[in-house]
Design a protein around this ligand. Structure first.
Ligand SMILES: CC(C)(COP(=O)(O)OP(=O)(O)OC[C@H]1O[C@@H](n2cnc3c(N)ncnc32)[C@H](O)[C@@H]1OP(=O)(O)O)[C@@H](O)C(=O)NCCC(=O)NCCS
Length: 179
């Protein structure tokens, strides 16, 4: 029964989700596809055009910026924010959320693939044209044109040689730049 319900919910056409999406995102571009059961909160997410977000996404926190032509595999988690844990006069579950001025945010460039089960925490930045391998935890900067993997995510190699990347950026990326 639950399975049938979930199946039905997942078949809601993307067009019907558009009005809801406008309330979930601060800015949402054209042709952004996501699963109706994905979770987006705080209405602080800015997202470009032609973005695919897989099922099980959980994007929470302030200052989340996603470029255009980005794809997310299933179960990607973005947590742009955290709890403070410095007070020693009270229990952990009484500690406040970090104030938004101290949140660095999470930024993902254009033409990026974030694979399955990746977690991006506050301060994560993924440059244009990069790939983050399945299961990675991104805690800092992943430069453009990189393949990154692991916990914490580290660059394992360049996606393409520098000369090719320069040409790719000049021709392919620029051609598809949308906003
Ligand atoms: C990122 C990815 C595409 C890289 O694939 P690739 O270019 O063929 O890389 P390789 O398999 O040659 O691996 C290169 C090295 O990285 C390591 N590696 C690959 N994927 C890794 C991962 N997810 N986490 C940690 N290390 C990884 C390999 O073990 C290998 O290490 P070695 O050189 O010490 O042997 C692939 O690993 C991946 O994560 N795929 C995601 C699949 C997915 O999420 N699909 C959902 C659909 S959106």
């Amino acid at each position: 029964m639950l399975e049938q319900l979930l199946y039905a919910v997942r078949r809601i056409p993307q067009l019907a989700l558009r009005p809801v999406a406008r309330r979930w995102f601060k800015r949402i571009g054209r042709n952004v596809k996501f699963d109706p059961l994905d979770h987006f909160n705080y209405r602080e997410i800015e997202i470009g055009d032609n973005v695919f977000i897989g099922p099980g996404a959980w994007f929470a926190g302030r200052k989340i910026t996603i470029g255009s032509n980005v794809m997310f595999g299933p179960r990607v988690m973005i947590q742009a924010g955290r709890h403070d844990y410095s007070a020693t006069d009270g229990l952990m579950n009484r500690q406040p959320e970090q104030p938004s001025e101290l949140v660095a945010g999470v930024t993902i460039g254009d033409d990026v693939w974030i694979a399955a089960n990746v977690t991006l925490i506050d301060g994560a930045r993924v440059g244009d044209g990069s790939v983050v391998a399945a299961g990675a935890v991104v805690t800092g900067d992943i430069p453009p044109n990189s393949i990154a993997a692991g916990i914490p995510a580290r660059v394992i190699r360049a996606r393409m040689p520098v000369a090719e990347w320069k040409e790719y950026r000049r021709s392919v990326l620029r051609k598809h730049q949308t906003s």
